[in-house]
Design a protein around this ligand. Structure first.
Ligand SMILES: Cc1cc2nc3c(=O)[nH]c(=O)nc-3n(C[C@H](O)[C@H](O)[C@H](O)COP(=O)(O)OP(=O)(O)OC[C@H]3O[C@@H](n4cnc5c(N)ncnc54)[C@H](O)[C@@H]3O)c2cc1C
Ligand SMILES: NC(=O)c1ccc[n+]([C@@H]2O[C@H](COP(=O)([O-])OP(=O)(O)OC[C@H]3O[C@@H](n4cnc5c(N)ncnc54)[C@H](OP(=O)(O)O)[C@@H]3O)[C@@H](O)[C@H]2O)c1
Length: 388
């Protein structure tokens, strides 16, 4: 499947395809602290094509309850015409808040505006206190715990006209998800593995816009979901004789389900080594039956699992890498490709550090030579990451 073919689709980010979700299944078992879901998106009659390693872009809608609350707090009806930033034409306030604007992410500017308008003297003093240069950290924490609706609800004497309020909001951006299926196995479907974001701050239950849209508000087989394929250079090696090492804890496993499906379907002769981890084996072993089956059939040649909360001390994927340092080095020095997907903030950095350490120790290199070796792996596209 060439990039040319993919680029020729009638559907893209500016003209997304209204797809149907045909499956929405919880992957975690009872006792889990997580909510990770498997979604199947039907590509229907569209000409959309994808390859293992690509991502799917999804345009979500905000929660109608939150939209209704904002309309009510603005003292509006929802029918008022407003023009969001860079919108081609005005649209009703309810629609702008529903699909065009991000209701999250207020900044210092919102605090300043509310502080300048609020008539309650205690609240004014509180907000002005947060705006002092020495209160930078408190202000950050205050903003992190709030979205725009909090300002309207908690400071009702600060008034905003609908157009002015809309002008404070950023555009709602599509969310990307690593594709968890191979087109060789599912040519007209795209599978996704999504952690649903739910949390509680400032006395409110909150949800992530897109993960909760797919989980809670899309009716299976009915609601059209605007999607596009985001083509990526991330992907299994073109030379199917190459070995692959795949590090994918949590939802980071998604593209590696696609890689393994793809390589099995292509009759790849290279070996597959998967590292997966999550909190508890009994509850969070995502796609357990599939991994056990791949392993039993020698389609996955090594499977190393790291359960972080099954014992007092944390065990992470990089601990499993270190335990298997000699064999890992044998694969890498033999030309294996090394892939990482999942959390960018902590996991990917720690895995990178473990990789450097293993190469230095096993390859008998000093730190600089190991760093050079890793740099060369990247140049050769033998070390690829899809982290977020
Ligand atoms: C290339 C790529 C691939 C990806 N693949 C996947 C994938 O396969 N699976 C997957 O699940 N995700 C994946 N993601 C992440 C995904 O795109 C979204 O970012 C994720 O689903 C959250 O989006 P949302 O709209 O549900 O939440 P949002 O509405 O964006 O909300 C998330 C925000 O909520 C806030 N928040 C979250 N928890 C708390 C808390 N406890 N307290 C205060 N604030 C909090 C944070 O500000 C956070 O940024 C990928 C991202 C990229 C870039
Ligand atoms: N932008 C967003 O809003 C958003 C939404 C969803 C996911 N994400 C990101 O995507 C990541 C994936 O989420 P997920 O729920 O699937 O999995 P996750 O939170 O990354 O957890 C998967 C496993 O990785 C472990 N882990 C924690 N820190 C680690 C580290 N430094 N090195 C290696 N492993 C580590 C976790 O252990 P413990 O938890 O027991 O420590 C858990 O066992 C999240 O961490 C988050 O950063 C972002």
């Amino acid at each position: 499947m060439s990039e040319g073919n993919q680029a020729n689709s009638a559907y893209n980010k500016d003209n997304p395809f209204p797809a149907r979700v045909v499956e929405n299944r919880l992957l975690n078992r009872p006792g889990s602290a997580k909510e990770t879901r498997h979604f199947v998106v039907d590509l229907g009659e569209s000409d959309l094509v994808y390859k293992a390693g690509d991502s799917l872009g999804v345009f979500a809608r905000n929660r109608p309850e939150e939209v209704a609350e904002i309309v009510q707090l603005l003292g509006a009806t929802g029918d008022e015409l407003v023009t969001p930033l860079r919108a081609p034409a005005p649209l009703p306030l309810r629609e702008a808040l529903g699909s065009a604007l991000d209701l999250d992410g207020p900044t210092k500017k919102m605090v300043e505006l509310v502080a300048s308008r609020v008539t309650d003297t205690g609240q004014k003093a509180q907000l002005e206190g947060l705006l002092r240069p020495e209160a930078k950290e408190q202000l950050e924490e205050f903003l992190y715990q709030r979205s725009f609706v909090d300002f309207l609800a908690d400071y009702p004497t600060a008034k905003f006209a609908p157009q002015e309020f809309v002008g404070l909001l950023r555009r709602l951006m599509p969310r990307l998800y690593s594709i968890a299926s191979s087109p060789r196995v599912y040519p007209r479907q795209i599978h996704l593995t999504i952690a649903v974001v739910r949390y509680h701050t400032n006395h409110r239950d909150r949800v992530g816009v897109c993960s909760s849209f797919l989980s809670d508000r899309v009716a299976v087989g009915c609601t059209p979901v605007p999607v596009f394929v985001s083509h990526s250079h991330f992907g299994p090696p073109e030379d199917t004789a190459k070995d692959c090492i795949m590090i994918g804890p949590g939802t980071g496993i998604a593209p590696f389900r696609a890689f393994v499906q793809d390589r099995v379907a292509a009759g790849a002769t290279g070996r597959n080594w998967v590292f997966f981890g999550d909190q508890k084996k009994a509850a969070d072993y995502l796609y357990e039956e599939e991994w056990e089956d791949f392993t039993a059939k020698h389609q996955v040649h090594r499977l190393d699992l790291a359960w972080s909360r099954d014992q007092a001390n944390k065990i992470y994927v990089q601990d499993r890498m270190r335990e298997n340092a000699a064999e890992l080095w044998a694969w890498i020095s033999g030309g294996a490709h090394f892939y990482v997907c999942g959390d960018a903030k902590r996991m990917a950095k720690d895995v990178d550090a473990a990789l450097h350490e293993i190469i230095a120790a096993q390859g008998r290199m000093d730190t600089a030579a190991a760093a050079e070796y890793v740099k060369q792996m990247k140049k050769d596209k033998r070390y690829q990451r899809d982290v977020y």
